[in-house]
Design a protein around this ligand. Structure first.
Ligand code: GLN
Length: 549
């Protein structure tokens, strides 16, 4: 029988609920259990695909093309839980489906209400992940207890034990225990209130995980236990990780949290933990053999979560190379400034990520020119690849007005244009070329070498493409078309031969990188950055780093 773990959050948002959920998933999986993960988001958008990264951070794309919350990125980086459309539900989706059913006559005669129709719909979504081979479903509830929008979700999980048995469910509440500098004290009151609110709804948490900057004393843990009606050992301290988010599972293991969950849910089939690989990756983070500085030149550089998966994947590339990756976030609009250009000329690698709209595009193109002309390793992703194509057209092929029609509809040289399949589409949600698609790579290309394969599956999210009509002119001018869709029509990868490492891809490799399995292109990019920093020739980097992770 599948067991259920529900994770709620209190006091404030941005507590790292997704990370804690992913860490718990990783630990249970490590103990030989089969885990499924999902997130329920209380906002009304059907999915986050239509939200600005400023509002919601990165939109994380799954193999099946669903556009999801960035916490699913943590789930994939930490666990092997297969994720799909069924792994992220929003209020918008739930209501849409209930309203569609009502119109189809499924509730004939009934008054359709939040309880039971919306709550039943939510419970059905949770139950979709159950299965004979699934030991635990972990369901994270977005938002903070006390928000109006999250009430139907909390009511649904309150009812859940009535359907499947209380012994098959565990509730984890994540809270903040703030430190007041002036008083030199940790404060437990917000936690008490937050758990009080949860109990008013009818949910008694089994565990309380306390996010804190400072160690929480036994007396304070005891106080939280008493006021919140949980056993003392079930109050778990989760202190801020100072090195990396990948320390979180270890912090939880040190508190015996995995074992307590196993006992609470009666998961007697659980095996002992084996964290050898995980500890090795932490060792590599703690004791890097070298360091590189990578400039990420994007339009949302100031937002910490807008390029979340890219920052993580860069770290993975660092882990693979035993290198510390220092990321310099550069707002692309500032590349016009002399001091920004001077800064870019000194970095060990330049990455231009994806994006939409014309703001900051010229700065990205300028940054790519610096990378190309100074032999600085360059990695372009999605819009970053399209900008690389424009830069080449303008500065090498003598087409000064070349552009993407996304930025200039009337450009005389639309080297990047709307895909044919997109021309008749007017709706915005879920209508791009999305999800996993096959790319055939050119034998002998840098990417084929990095992947050690001529056929790869990567995730996409775009409307515009390299304009096929210019293909031969680009090839004649020296741009290498290193990857294309199986029919050869969509260009997926471009490279430059006479450059230490210039690889730009139409897809999003960052979504498939894990700390334990760094993505080949991020690994290759960081290796190239190490060579650049130390003035090494290909192969010589092994004198500095050990690339056998
Ligand atoms: N705006 C570009 C397109 O739609 C690039 C998209 C992206 O970078 N994700 O094709």
């Amino acid at each position: 029988m599948t067991k259920h773990l529900f994770i709620t959050g209190g006091v404030v948002s941005s507590l790292g609920k997704g990370l804690t959920s992913a860490s718990i998933g990783m630990l249970l999986e490590n103990r030989g259990l089969s885990v499924r993960m999902q997130k329920l988001d209380p906002y009304i958008n059907v999915d986050p695909g239509t939200m600005s990264p400023y509002q919601h951070g990165e939109v994380y794309v799954l193999d099946d093309g669903s556009e999801t919350d960035l916490d699913l990125g943590h789930y994939e980086r930490f666990t092997h839980s297969p994720l799909s459309r069924d792994s992220n539900w929003t209020t918008g989706q739930i209501y849409k489906s209930v309203i569609d059913k009502e119109r189809a006559g499924c509730y004939l005669g009934q008054t359709v209400q939040v309880i039971p129709h919306i709550t039943n719909e939510i419970k059905d979504c949770i139950k979709k992940l159950e299965g004979p081979d699934v030991d635990v479903v972990i369901t994270e509830i977005g938002g903070t207890v006390g928000d109006i929008e999250s009430l139907p979700f909390l009511e649904a999980i309150r009812q859940f034990p009535l359907d499947v048995g209380r012994e098959n469910c565990a509730f984890i509440h994540l809270t903040l225990v703030p430190y007041l500098k002036a008083a030199r004290e940790l404060k437990t009151k917000p936690t008490q209130h937050s758990v009080g609110q949860l109990r008013e709804i009818g949910i008694q948490p089994d565990f309380i995980v306390c996010r804190t900057e400072q160690p929480i004393s036994a007396a304070e843990l005891g106080k939280i236990a008493l006021f919140c009606n949980v056993p003392e050992k079930h109050v778990v301290e989760e202190r801020d990780a100072d090195l990396s988010i990948y320390e979180v599972p270890i912090t939880l293991v040190e508190r015996n949290f995995d074992q307590m969950i196993v006992e609470k849910l009666g998961l007697s089939q659980a095996k002992p933990l084996d964290l050898t690989k995980w500890r090795e990756l932490l060792m590599r983070l703690r004791h890097p053999k070298t360091e590189v500085t990578i400039a990420v030149v994007g339009k949302y550089a100031n937002h910490k979560d807008a390029y979340k998966s890219i920052y993580e994947a860069l770290d993975h590339g660092g882990i693979a190379n035993s290198a510390n990756v220092r990321v310099l976030r550069i707002e692309s609009e500032t590349v016009v400034r002399e001091e920004t250009r001077a800064l870019l000329e000194k970095v060990d690698g330049i990455l231009v990520p994806g994006g939409f709209g014309d703001r900051g595009v010229e700065g990205k193109i300028d940054a790519i020119e610096i990378a190309r002309t100074h032999g600085i390793p360059f990695f372009g992703i999605c819009l970053g690849m399209q900008c690389a194509v424009i830069e080449y057209a303008r500065n090498v092929m003598g087409l000064p007005e070349a552009n993407t029609t996304e930025c200039d509809k009337d450009t005389p040289d639309p080297v990047v244009c709307l895909m044919d399949s997109q021309r008749s589409i007017v709706d915005k949600g879920g209508t791009m070329r999305l999800g996993s698609q096959t790319t055939y790579l050119l034998a002998g290309s840098r990417s084929a070498g990095a992947y050690r394969s001529l056929e790869v599956q990567e995730r996409h999210r775009h409307r515009y493409e390299f304009n096929y009509e210019y293909r031969d002119r680009f090839i004649d001018a020296g741009l290498i078309i290193a990857g294309a869709s199986p029919d050869g029509k969509l260009v997926e990868v471009v490279e430059l031969e006479e450059h230490p490492w210039f690889v730009a891809v139409q897809y999003h490799p960052e979504f498939k990188s894990k700390p334990t399995v760094p993505h080949p292109l991020f690994r290759g990019f960081i290796t190239a950055a190490i060579r650049h920093r130390h003035g090494l020739k290909p192969g010589e980097e092994s004198a500095i780093v050990n690339d056998d992770f």
